[in-house]
Design a protein. Sequence first.
Length: 628
Amino acid sequence: MTPVLETTNSPILELQRLRMLLQMEYEQEKAAYQKQAEAIGLRRLVERGDAWLPVRIGRNYYNSLNQLCVEVFRTQVEDEADHNFEFGRPVMFFSVNDESNIKYHFAGTVSFVDGDRMVVSVADGAPLADLLLSDGSQVGVQLFFDETSYRLMFEALERTMRAKGRLGYLRDLFYTRQKAETFTFPDMGFAYLNKTQEHAVNEVLRAKDVAVVHGPPGTGKTTTLVEAIYETLRRESQVLVCAQSNMAVDWISEKLVDRGLNVLRIGNPTRVDDKMLSFTYERRFEAHPDYPQLWAIRKAIRELRQTKKRTDNWHQKMDRLKGRAVELELRINAQLFGEARVIASTLVGSANRLLDGMKFGTLFIDEAAQALEAACWIPIRRAGRVVFAGDHCQLPPTVKCYEALKGGLGRTLMERICAQKPEVVTLLRMQYRMNEDIMRFSSDWFYHNLMVAAPEVKNRSILDLDLPITWVDTGVYESCESAIDSGSRQNETEARLTLLALQAYYEMIGKERILEERLDVGIISPYRAQVQLLRRLVKASEFFKPFRRLISVNTVDGFQGQERDIIVISLVRSNDEGQIGFLRDLRRMNVAITRARMKLIILGDRQTLTRHPFYRKLWQYVEALKQN
């Protein structure tokens, strides 16, 4: 039986209910992982980006954190083959003769990914020799069930339920209509922020307990958040900045570094370049003057462990070396953390042992509307007050268990606070991305018609007298969706029409202008199978060959936080029953339609889609634009 979503008067009961929903999600996801390889096959895992097969095993070594690491190289890669491997994710090595004969070896954790090269940290003594096969088998690596993240979320919920002091106060505040406390002082001015951004920064500075910066697409949420962090650091010595994903942590960290702040990033970035690596803990640790001495001591410890003949003073020598290593490590860490103004990590990464015992005046959670509530409680225990930033009208957290989703697991802590404490929320209203006609539908449906287009983007377009939005009704071409055995869907007729529509628009603009002005295009579909089909068609097309570097094809999730001059959306669904599946998740559609700066082209079967009020309203809106 599914728990009913309701607000109780007891924070403890709410947290207990949340724990029960999380348990349901945990059990379903664990069962799905256990069946995954057998049910859908290795080929599908590879296509979905959840496995690399075959791989070449490179060197193994100890990194600066004293972890045993092994290099893995992906071979036989198709162009644009994406994957879901990133720092911190658990993986399992396996070997295979054929798809039905899989042998699992040992687990590890992704330490680093750069294109088709990955570094995996493994336990000391892991049998790496098992991966050097001589019987013709192929070695692969696949994503494994993430037990650690769930364990940390369960622990965070238990700790929050038991909490006294500041954590107990924040728990009771967030789960009731009790009023949040604030300081009182006149607004400060910030020359390069607009009025609502300026107001948001002032509200963050006034908040004693909690503040929310609600940033719809293109409104400069990151700019506002960076300024709020910068101003907070004029009053506090250090802050903790977290986000759900590594990519979001990277983005905010990079902007803070550009603002001149000393950022210490716990964990490795998703984009590997010198700028991103320069503020990671691992790179800073290696660069410390005392590190060569520490490395030499650790090497001596490993060599001492391998000596078979242990003399009387073996233990004394080992203890002495270990003591010196700990002393050096503590000294390096004290300096690195002492110098840093911002500590940045994922929500789960905030449980890292490096942060043991640390407290922060303020915790900033970016992209808070994409984070499970339980994950937010992991870093909140370290903070005196919390600032949430995000948009609960865009991508929600990923919840795989339908019963848990129905029970309310997808409702975020940011949403809860927005509903119960509207006085702590600042909506950023001025957007700097889209032509006003592209913005208006999203503003009307999701943001109570409060959005305003900045004068410099209000009328932006590529062609004179061009309609900013067009909808190609693929139903008149007898398009038909098909289910793929991976559980995804595709529509081949619509995919071909998508490319024809883009080609026609390109021909209106002219090849020279596209290349000279580097007009970029995003082709979006909510379905992974359609994305893969569209990628193949773009790759095979002679017409698009000169423009390939300007065209990216991805799912809605893959375009979160991005923008393009031209966006083309393939909605896929086409059937007599009017079934639209997870196109009913309108927050995803909000993301898709708000990526475009100047031109939005939608392809979809009108008869199928407009049975839903959102798509009916969108169709009517596009038709009305033609009349104006």
